[in-house]
Design a protein around this ligand. Structure first.
Ligand code: NAD
Ligand code: UD1
Length: 347
């Protein structure tokens, strides 16, 4: 059992991970400014975790860029039980927005991470799991993508993630004792099978899965499939979708390894190793929901690759972790959430 600080714990991936970490018996302090989430997600996490978790989750509303807010979060841990590790989800993640507002992205993602690391250092806490992304690989030269592939992001969001990865490497090299996992997620989707927590994008979704589920539920008319002429079997783009519950398990495994092993810097892909095309996702969602998902093929989207799939072997070797849930479960659980919460948390 450990005392953990979870930044961005109210968000999509953070809320599912908080639930799993509470179920594993850890004590959590969540620091979130609710910029892209609602406190309701954490209420539901507590409801799902049951009565034994009620006094093991402290929520601090605050910003990772604020030394004072971080201080409040570190101080929220129970007396005599200081924070031993941080899981750092907080950040901004929309590629298009990052192109329009690079200063904001660099500020939250890089300056926020720098401030967090300074506070960790001040508190003698040197264990960190960081949410990175396969976006750091940019347009990959080959797929499946292994961790040794070139880091060559192609947009401000990706640049800011790659910069934090570099900062973490510099820090680990500067001082003994850091235990750091840089986890490069592929395409997280789905929801907790209860349908009580899930992904709640603001406005028009940028990503495929939330768009498809909003079409299925009748919130949007038609999905635009970005490109039907990719060099793939059915002409639509291929991605490595990972169930958010598998991703949460990956975080738990990474924490266990970091806390058990000598200090180290890990860089790991979290993906399934299996690719699915846009049209396959549409069909699987139609089956799971029993609804039709009208779609039309349009021009390719700028900055897209034909196919990005993880080589997940290093994560399996280092963490003893692999994905267990298939595309059908991603669609089923995503649909359960969407149907029960057609307007998300109602932010
Ligand atoms: P999310 O937006 O649902 O969650 C991020 C959380 O961080 C939100 O609760 C938000 O309110 C909070 N936050 C944002 N700025 C903050 C700040 N300055 N101070 C405190 N809290 C702040 O996103 P998510 O999908 O859960 O992603 C979590 C992390 O994983 C992000 O760092 C993201 O870049 C990374 N990631 C996500 C994906 C994906 O497809 N969802 C893929 C790869 C990497
Ligand atoms: C996108 C981001 C990536 C980020 C990831 C997770 C881009 C170029 N990349 O990845 O940096 O890490 O989200 O947040 O934005 N698609 C459609 N119609 C849609 C939406 C998507 O056809 O309305 C297609 C895309 O062309 C792609 C696939 O669906 O082939 C998946 O798209 P998306 O969910 O946006 O994820 P990525 O592009 O992989």
């Amino acid at each position: 059992m450990a005392e953990l600080l979870i930044t961005g714990g109210a968000g999509f991936i953070g809320s599912h991970s908080c639930l799993m970490l509470l179920e594993a018996g850890h004590n959590l302090v969540v620091l979130d400014n609710f910029d892209n989430s609602s406190p309701e997600s954490l209420k539901r996490v507590l409801e799902l975790a049951g009565p034994s978790a009620a006094d093991r989750l402290q929520v601090v509303e605050g910003d990772i860029r604020s030394a004072g807010d971080l201080e409040r979060a570190f101080e929220a841990a129970p007396a005599g039980r200081p924070i031993t590790a941080v899981v750092h989800f907080a950040g901004l993640k929309a590629v298009g927005e990052s192109v329009r507002e690079p200063l904001r992205y660099w500020d939250v993602n890089l300056c926020g991470s720098r401030q967090l690391l300074e506070s960790m250092q001040a508190h003698g806490c040197r264990s960190l799991v960081f949410s990175s992304s396969c976006t750091v690989y940019g347009l990959p030269e080959q797929t499946p993508i292994s961790e040794s592939a070139a880091i060559q992001p192609i947009n401000p969001y990706g640049h800011s993630k790659a910069a934090v990865e570099q900062l973490l490497a510099d820090l680990a090299a500067s001082e003994a004792g850091w235990r750091i996992a840089r986890l490069r997620y592929f395409n997280p989707v789905g929801a907790h099978p209860s349908g009580r927590i899930g992904e709640d994008p603001r406005g028009i979704p940028n990503n495929l899965f939330p768009f498809v589920s909003q079409v299925a539920v009748g919130r949007r008319d038609c999905l635009q499939v970005f490109g039907g002429d990719w060099p793939t079997p059915d002409g639509s783009g291929i991605r490595d979708y990972i169930h958010v519950m598998d991703l949460a398990e990956g975080h738990q495994a990474a924490l266990d390894v970091l806390l058990a092993e000598p200090p180290q810097l890990l860089s790991l892909n979290l993906g399934s190793g299996q690719g699915h095309s846009v049209l396959e996702v549409v069909r699987a969602f139609e089956v799971a929901s029993g609804r039709s998902v009208p779609h039309t093929i349009v021009e390719r989207r700028d900055g897209d690759a034909a196919s990005t799939v993880a080589d997940p072997r290093l994560a399996a070797k280092r963490l003893g972790w692999r994905t267990r849930r298939c595309l059908e479960e991603m669609c089923r659980d995503g649909w359960t959430w969407q149907q029960a919460n057609p307007e998300g948390y109602g932010r």
